[in-house]
Design a protein around this ligand. Sequence first.
Ligand code: AMP
Length: 218
Amino acid sequence: MTSGARLVILGRQGAGKGTQCVRLSRHFVVPHISTGDMLRAAVREDTEVGIAVKEIMDTGGLVGDTTMVALVQKRISLDDARTRGYILDGFPRTVFQAQAFDEMSVDQPLHVVLDLVVPREMVVQRLSARRVCRDCGANFTASGVEPRPWTCENCGGDVVHRADDTPEAINRRLDLYESQTAPLIEFYGRTGRLVEINGVGSPDDVFSRVTTAVDARR
Ligand code: AMP
């Protein structure tokens, strides 16, 4: 069994990050830290953060950097992340967040940042049909004949249509990806931490490309 790794997965929304992260988390036996999942849980639980971010999330905007950095700092200081590592999914999303993350992880730096590359035209359709497990984050594709309620085959959680998977919010998120998140490719590339992965193909093919890249860097 391979275990332990500190990874960041970048890539457009709908590039298959969620699916790959769930598998990677099992493969390397590390927690999958999805900031989107953490925020959605906060919204469901009506916490102070949840109430503050709900509208931003529903309309496809970006939550403020300070909130995000504090959330991640707290999460990676927990025992499981400190001893085993983590897969960061959805964070960092801005250069500010990436710089703050470097500062908070100096003693345990990232092994590698993977950029899952899928063209924009391909992801819009995928996102509209996407359904997500509320508990484990597994992704599914709706075909129109789903069971109701739809239960996740991995963990038994509820499979739902995300409030921000509407055409307007999808386009806004993709625009924000180009303007705010794509600069991270240069940021991590400059410091030799980036590996681009072709994200087009079957989930198994992409997974094998991803694990090969991680194994070469750990
Ligand atoms: P995701 O599940 O990663 O697509 O995230 C869903 C939504 O949560 C995003 O559209 C943002 O509104 C918010 N969000 C998640 N992670 C971040 C982040 N690192 N910075 C800012 N907003 C975020």
